[in-house]
Structure formats: C-alpha cells, structure tokens
Design a protein around this ligand. Structure first.
Ligand SMILES: [Zn+2]
Length: 394
C-alpha cells in the first residue's frame, strides 16, 4: 500500500467515525506491522470449518463470514478469496459468483454494503484430496469505495487476513437414514439455499444448525415426486417410508403428535418451536447429535432415553411442521437442540450416485425430474451434494 492509500483510509475514518480521529491518528499505534491495512469493513468467521469429502471428490470447507460495514460510506466487496499456506483454496469469490453467495441483510442484490450495512457470505472453499489438509485458512480480500473528498475517485483496499483455525476434527460417519433408490438430496451442501441461509440468531447468537442438512424426497419410476393431486399426501408414494437411525446412540429428544400439513404450500403461522414437526434427536457421542424431522403423525417407534442401533426404525417419513411436501430433513449438530446448535459435516458410509436433478424448482409442482449424468457411481464416506440422486443399500 502506498502512503496515499493510507492517508485516504485515515481521512475516511476521520470523516465517518467522528471522535475517533484521535485514536486512528497515531498510525503506528494501530499498525501491528508495516503491511497491516485499516479496513472500514469487518469480516468474522461464524464457524471453524471441518473439511468434508463431497461427492465431487473435493474436500469442502463450509463456513460463513459475517461482514459489517463500520463506516458511513457505501462499500463494494470486490473479492473474497480463501487461502491456506499462502495458496488459493478453490475459486476466489468475485462479481456474480460473490453476489450469489453474499446475502446483504438490507435485502439488496449484489455486493454493495450501504453505510453501516451488513451481510453474510456463504463460503465453500474446496481443495483436492491430494492436497495436505490445512491447519489454518485466511482470505485475500478486496473492497472499494468512492473517495469522500473526490467522489469520482475510487479508493481500493486489498489485504490478507480473517484467519481461522481448521480444527482437527473429522466428519461424523453415518449409515443410511432411508432405504432404496431415487432419493434426492434437496437443499444439500454447499450453496446458499434454504438450509444454509437459516442463519438464525437464537438468544442473540448466530447459529447455522442446518449448514449440512439434507431434505430427502424420493422420485418415482417416472421421475416424479407424486402421482395424483398435489395436495393429497397419498399421492406421494414415499410418504410413510421407514426412517432408520443413521447411527447408534441414545434418543434424547422427540415430538410425536403434530398433525400432518397439506402438501403444496407451507403452513401459515409456523413458529420455530413447531418447525421440525414430529422429530427424533439421537445423541451419537459428546457434542454429536443426529436430527430427523417432519416425521409422520404418531409414527415414532422410540422413546426418550432409549438406546438405538444404526438401521433401527425410528418412525416414518411424514409432512409435519414447517414443510410443503413429504420429506425427511436430516442433519448432524453439536447440541441436542435442533435450533440452538451448529451444523456439522457428515459422510455416508456408502451410497450410489444416480445423477443430479437439474430442475429442482419445477419438480414440486409435478414436473418430471430432468436428470443430469453428473455424480454417478459408487461412493464411500462421502457427502451427497445438492440435488444429487442417491440409492441406499443394494
Ligand atoms: Zn430441511
């Protein structure tokens, strides 16, 4: 950074953070080393990522950055590039790609933060399994704004920072929670979708319990979700399919008697307390819990305190809680509370990939799935990716 750049940044802080001029003026006091850069935007990682092997044969580090514009200027986020050991991790997020993964909390599209604005960036930093697992990661970040003294001039700030540890943890290995063919991993990893986007501030702390959650729906032999009226549960052949415990463990939470919802639309007035409908929480190990949601009314076959084995039937697939069609919502989390927890990565011991649904937004209205040939084949210890079709068992 040249001295002109530094001056511009200092003037920015003097302009925007009135009263703090005295704090930023002795530049040496706030510059831990000669390359440090004052940034009007703060970035913070919400979670420390554990790498997980995806069905694309890449290791995925899935985490979110909370971004706060501390200035009174409009600031454009130009680049966020995850790095480890001085090298890039996956593709840098810029332009359209960044906009797709950045949710500006004011609701505006694009990568611009208004004065005082904030956003969440949903990162999926990937690397080849041949590469050494990183112990830390950081980011090359570039931001820009119009010079307040000369608005036709752009000021750009580029720095490397926002370091986080990659903890020495492994994904939870689980067995299949369902049997059979044609199960679609809807809202699965690793884009910004309904699961990942549920960055809930619970009691004032941001939680992303559904970071790796999957909504399993099953295609019929005609590659459809249902046959008959959309709003009739009996149209969905997989309604009532057995839900198997994906792990051994002990049941620590459940709900049994929520009524079925009418498929085709979300229930009105849903609360977070009823969102999971009928559910089971199984404690697998310390800080490791499995969550099975939206189960069929009265179908639970377990009680709290009961020990379960992998493959044991917990209950049946239903359409209870905050749901617009029968599905199994499955995720692994670090506490017994489905909301007040952090979503953790998991891998299925074994599954067969059967392609990818390309028209996911169309199939809930009855359109047959348009199936791409990607992600086919036998997988071991991998996480199915968003909209991948999987077969469990033989
Ligand atoms: Zn879900």
């Amino acid at each position: 950074m040249n001295s002109r750049g530094i001056l511009f940044r200092l003037s920015l802080f003097a302009l925007t953070l009135t009263g703090l001029t005295a704090i930023v003026a002795p530049a040496s006091a706030v510059r831990p080393d000669s390359s440090a850069v004052l940034s009007p935007v703060a970035f913070e990682t919400i979670n420390r990522p554990t790498p997980v092997m995806g069905a694309d044969n890449r290791q995925h580090m899935v985490y979110e950055l909370l971004v706060v514009n501390q200035s009174q200027l409009e600031i454009d986020i130009r680049k966020v590039a995850p790095r480890a050991e001085g090298n890039r991790l996956g593709q840098p997020l810029t332009g359209e790609k960044l906009a797709e993964r950045m949710r500006v909390n004011a609701g505006t599209a694009g990568t611009i933060l208004s004065a005082g604005g904030s956003a969440t960036i949903f990162v999926d930093a990937t690397y080849s399994p041949a590469r050494k697992r990183p112990e830390f990661l950081n980011h090359a970040i570039s931001i820009a704004w119009a010079d307040p003294e000369n608005p036709s001039e752009e000021v750009r700030s580029t720095f490397i920072g926002v370091s986080t540890e990659v903890p020495p943890m492994k994904p939870v290995v689980v067995a299949a929670p369902l049997r059979g063919t044609g199960w679609v991993a809807a809202n699965g990893c690793c884009n910004l979708n309904a699961h990942r986007g549920a960055t809930l501030a619970i009691d004032g702390t941001i939680r992303v319990p559904e970071r790796f959650a999957i909504d399993f729906v099953q295609l019929s032999s005609e590659d459809r979700l249902f046959d008959g009226p959309l709003n009739d549960l009996t149209s969905y052949a997989y309604f009532g399919a057995p839900i198997l415990s994906a792990t051994s463990g002990r049941v620590v939470g459940l709900r049994r008697n929520m009524p079925e919802q009418v498929p085709g639309s979300l229930p009105a007035g849903a609360t977070i307390q009823m969102a999971g409908g009928n559910y089971v929480v199984v404690r697998i190990a310390k800080n490791r819990y499995a969550f099975y949601a939206h189960m069929k009314t009265g179908s639970l076959r377990v009680r709290v305190g009961q020990k379960v084995k992998a493959g044991q039937v917990l209950g049946l697939l239903g359409n209870t809680g905050n749901t617009d069609g029968p599905h199994l919502h499955f995720h692994i989390m670090n506490s017994p509370s489905p909301l007040q927890s952090d979503g953790l990565p998991f891998v299925f011991k074994s599954f067969r990939g059967q392609g990818v649904v390309r028209n996911m937004e169309e199939i809930p209205s009855g359109t047959p799935a348009d199936i791409g040939r990607e992600l086919r084949g036998r997988y071991r210890n991998a996480l199915p990716l968003e909209n991948q079709i999987v077969r469990f068992g033989r």
